[in-house]
Design a protein around this ligand. Sequence first.
Ligand code: FAD
Length: 377
Amino acid sequence: METLRTDVVVVGLGAFGSAALWRLARRGVRVVGIERQAIGHPFGSSHGSTRLFRVACMEHPGLTRIAQESLRLWTELGEQTGEVYVRQTGSLNVGGPDSRPVAGARRAAAEAGARTTELSHDELSQRFPQYRLSADDVAVWDPGAGICYAEPTVRAHVAEALRLGATVYPHTKVTAIDPQPGEVRVRTPTVEVRAQQVVVCAGAWLGKLVPGLPLSPRRTPLFWFQPKDPASEAFRLENFPSFIWAFRDGRGLWGHGADEGFGVKVGMDGAADERDVDPDELDRYIHPRKDIAELSAAIAEHLPDLDPEPVKVIPCMVTDSPDGQFLVGRREDRLVIAGGDSGHGFKHCAGVGELLAQIATKETPSLDVSFVDPLRY
Ligand SMILES: Cc1cc2nc3c(=O)[nH]c(=O)nc-3n(C[C@H](O)[C@H](O)[C@H](O)COP(=O)(O)OP(=O)(O)OC[C@H]3O[C@@H](n4cnc5c(N)ncnc54)[C@H](O)[C@@H]3O)c2cc1C
């Protein structure tokens, strides 16, 4: 058994952990990252080609600044690597005037200064004829929004951390986190890392490594579609930018158009997902009736020019917290955590990684983190 001493150890190198590793290495901190799978693997929550990037975040106005910080950090990284991590196409928050996407984006504009434009029902239906709208649907346009590239971003965080001197153990499962006087010991079958601080970003497994957190992993696949008319340009990303759309029955659709390397992505809010799943026992088969029927019916009704049969489906998980907000911050003296992504974490991961690095090194966080404080539970 190898024993290693370091300043900080990061457990789990998905979206949040890979970003924390990068931002810690960027500070010159001695940091070790441990990931039970390969880097950029498809068994957690951060795989697939893309995630929606939004600035006028309906979930909480405090998230606007974290998304802006992610964008700033990814732009800096992209200038160095020559890659693009966010593509800003703009995004639509669609629904009735009091619906969550519309009211939430307005709140982000009013309280956090997110730049937005209002679209009336008529403007929306003229500019975006792909949508079969309800009579009272309006939209808030979020011009800074778009898509982020999921797997390449996780890989880029880790590659940059390695370049800056981090040590990474892929294919290594953490089996115990053991606080001792003066240090914390992180155990795996092959290496024990002794550190001043541990940052645990284990996604759907966070509750297994840090007991007492009210987290509920949910099975929710990723879906891609194509237009009924394969020659149609209507569902290209530039014509069908990212959107989140609430229906009156409490459900809704979200997604974005097709581009090089991926089809039209559409998912459903309020679908009958399986909750409280054990991430080690996740059902990785796709079942037409259980997984696809409800979404296909919603697409047939609301996006009638899209073929409602998906061309690709892959399993994925989100980890819900009771208030739909992340848990990011210090849980114990030597233990910092990030998780409970509640299905909207990717766009924030670089900003969250920076905040985790600040918290682990006892700097004052540069943004408000009170609404994601893990001690609220
Ligand atoms: C269908 C779907 C759509 C989504 N859409 C969006 C979107 O449009 N926009 C958006 O911003 N977000 C979106 N999200 C949410 C986003 O993908 C997640 O918030 C984000 O990926 C969560 O990252 P994470 O780091 O918490 O988890 P993960 O990326 O899963 O990372 C956790 C890591 O910990 C590792 N690990 C676990 N246990 C151990 C252990 N014992 N030892 C070592 N390593 C361990 C795992 O292998 C994994 O790599 C979506 C999620 C899903 C499922």
